[in-house]
Design a binder for this molecule. Sequence first.
Ligand code: NAG
Ligand code: NAG
Ligand code: NAG
Ligand code: NAG
Length: 250
Amino acid sequence: MQLMLCLVLFGLFCVTTCEEEFLPSYITPCKLEDKELADCVREQIKISLPHFTKGVPEFNVPSIDPVKLDDIKIDGNGLVLTFTQAAMHGLSKSELTDLRVKIGDSDEDFKLAFKGNLSLTAKYEVDGRILILPIQGKGDAFVYAQGVEVEINSKLSHVKDKQNRTHFKLITPSYNYTIERTTFDLKNLFNGNKQLADTTIQFANENWRQLMDDLAPPAIKQIVRTCVKAINKFFSNVTIARMVKGYKDH
Ligand SMILES: *[C@@H]1O[C@H](CO)[C@@H](O)[C@H](O)[C@H]1NC(C)=O
Ligand SMILES: *[C@@H]1O[C@H](CO)[C@@H](O)[C@H](O)[C@H]1NC(C)=O
Ligand SMILES: *[C@@H]1O[C@H](CO)[C@@H](O)[C@H](O)[C@H]1NC(C)=O
Ligand SMILES: *[C@@H]1O[C@H](CO)[C@@H](O)[C@H](O)[C@H]1NC(C)=O
């Protein structure tokens, strides 16, 4: 999704001098002078969204849905919980909530916020307690995080490629996020003892915030890293001059 934003965004500045192959056919460039520029951008983004699920091979951009996550291990407060083979689904269906790019000034900034419902699939292994209740098991995990909003802020730096052409690069990105609600579904808790499992799952869901305090930071960090990497992949493949008409190299 993020990549598409870049495309659309820079598509805006790309009027006649840009090479025609630059924009995917489903994007109609907006004109810089358009009064309804913001609406136009949003419209283009909506149209483009489904196309970007699988990445943009023309620009070397990998798919961001699902995002494969490194193993996550929580160890504290009497609880040891690990997620392996974890993948986050749903990024491509997220909605854009904010997008700002400041270019051409001495301070070039990039801001992107999106909100969506994300689901994590993984193999889990857990032993210990959630607050007061014992929890133990191993199996398939499904974590549904509803209303996840992530905001990424970054400086836009300029880097030269081997041919001495200039590209954008996001550097030192920072981010923050909020989550509205989380539901856990851990299969095979207590070796399949349903009664014990149901009680514990219900308790976990009522106290989701405590669990997510530990679980969300490593997961969100990896999502942001993946998004930033993908955006930079796109930037490294397309020169600034190709994206922004009349952009002055400095
Ligand atoms: C997330 O799920 C909620 C509840 O099911 C729904 O109202 C909302 O539209 C969903 N958001 C997105 C971005 O799909
Ligand atoms: C790269 O471009 C800059 C100006 O944009 C120029 O000063 C420099 O000499 C160039 N370097 C090479 C190796 O061509
Ligand atoms: C991130 O932090 C900014 C500044 O404090 C705040 O305005 C924004 O709502 C936060 N975004 C999220 C998604 O939490
Ligand atoms: C972008 O990627 C394509 C496909 O890998 C490659 O052919 C092209 O040379 C790349 N362009 C730049 C500017 O890196």
